[in-house]
Write a protein that binds this ligand. Structure first.
Ligand code: NDP
Ligand code: 8X3
Length: 251
């Protein structure tokens, strides 16, 4: 039985990825900070798919907590076949001169440092096992900057650079590294970005059909199930109404 570890599995892409892989017989290690949600998802996955699930509630930007959580994994969950570095967020949307430095810290700590901390713990396990696949959730914001996106974009440019570096580091170990770079997707992303302002969040998705969690889950599953000699390096995906970070066709 294959094992997948998904960070940020309490919502959005991470949650959809959990359901997709559970449906296909993977055992799951699910992370997120909201423990109650993790427990509810665990119960549902067990009921729906008979999945074996371990939940690890920790903040990916807390390296001691990450270390303790990974060390606590039961032996039969330590052969991790797929790591999905998905936990992340945008906080705020403003120019740099008006930016909130706490928002910057949160994004950099979570999207960049958190991804590195978790990877640093899992990569040696994959190397020892002689196989593995790391899927990093970046963004089209890691390909081009957009007005007021500055620090969020910078974190995703960093994820892009880290993914490419991981690809080099993992080459001799035969461990696959993939980046998935979605455009606008309706999850809790905008609610978080706008600090709980639901109306403003909903506005983001008006007039077109955005991507949804299941779309990214399908892509992650496809990437993870290619033949042993094939790796998808970088997958840019938008909804049909979006060409790039700036150009939408809205009705
Ligand atoms: P959601 O807000 O729906 O999900 C984010 C997930 O990350 C939640 O499960 C949240 O769980 C978790 N998370 C956030 N901070 C931490 C942390 N410090 N430690 C552990 N878990 C954390 O958003 P999405 O599903 O949209 O976002 C997932 C990823 O996709 C992010 O990296 C985002 O940047 C990226 N992305 C999103 C796009 C979009 O338009 N939606 C487009 C392109 C990329 P909890 O709060 O329980 O910790
Ligand atoms: C999320 C997509 O364009 O809002 O990464 O930054 S975008």
């Amino acid at each position: 039985m294959k094992t997948i570890l998904i960070t940020g599995a309490t919502s959005g892409f991470g949650k959809a990825i959990a359901y997709k892989f559970a449906q296909h017989g993977y055992q799951l290690i699910l992370n997120g900070r909201r423990e109650e949600r993790l427990r509810a998802i665990e119960t549902e996955l067990k009921e729906q798919y008979g999945a074996k699930v371990v939940t690890l509630a920790f903040d990916v930007s807390d390296k001691e907590a990450a270390k303790n959580a990974i060390q606590s994994l039961p032996h039969d969950f330590k052969k991790i076949d797929v790591l999905v570095n998905n936990a992340g967020l945008a906080a705020g949307l403003s120019t740099i001169q008006e930016g909130n430095t706490d928002d910057w810290d949160l994004m950099i700590d979570t999207n960049v440092k958190g991804l590195l901390y978790v990877s640093r713990l899992i990569m040696p396990l994959m190397i020892a096992n002689g196989s593995g696949h790391i899927i990093n959730i970046s963004s089209i914001a890691g390909k081009e900057v957009y007005p007021k996106g500055n620090v969020y974009c910078a974190t995703k440019f960093a994820v892009d650079a880290i993914t490419k570096s991981m690809g080099i580091d993992m080459l001799e170990h035969g461990i696959k590294v993939t980046s998935i770079d979605p455009g606008a997707a309706e999850t809790e992303f905008s609610l978080v970005r706008f600090h709980g302002d639901a109306e403003r969040a909903q506005q983001t998705y008006k007039g077109y059909e955005p991507l949804k969690g299941e779309d990214i889950a399908d892509i992650a599953f496809f990437a993870a199930t290619r033949p042993a000699h094939v790796v998808l390096n970088d997958i840019v995906v938008t909804c049909v109404a979006q060409a790039n970070t700036q150009n939408f066709f809205k009705k």
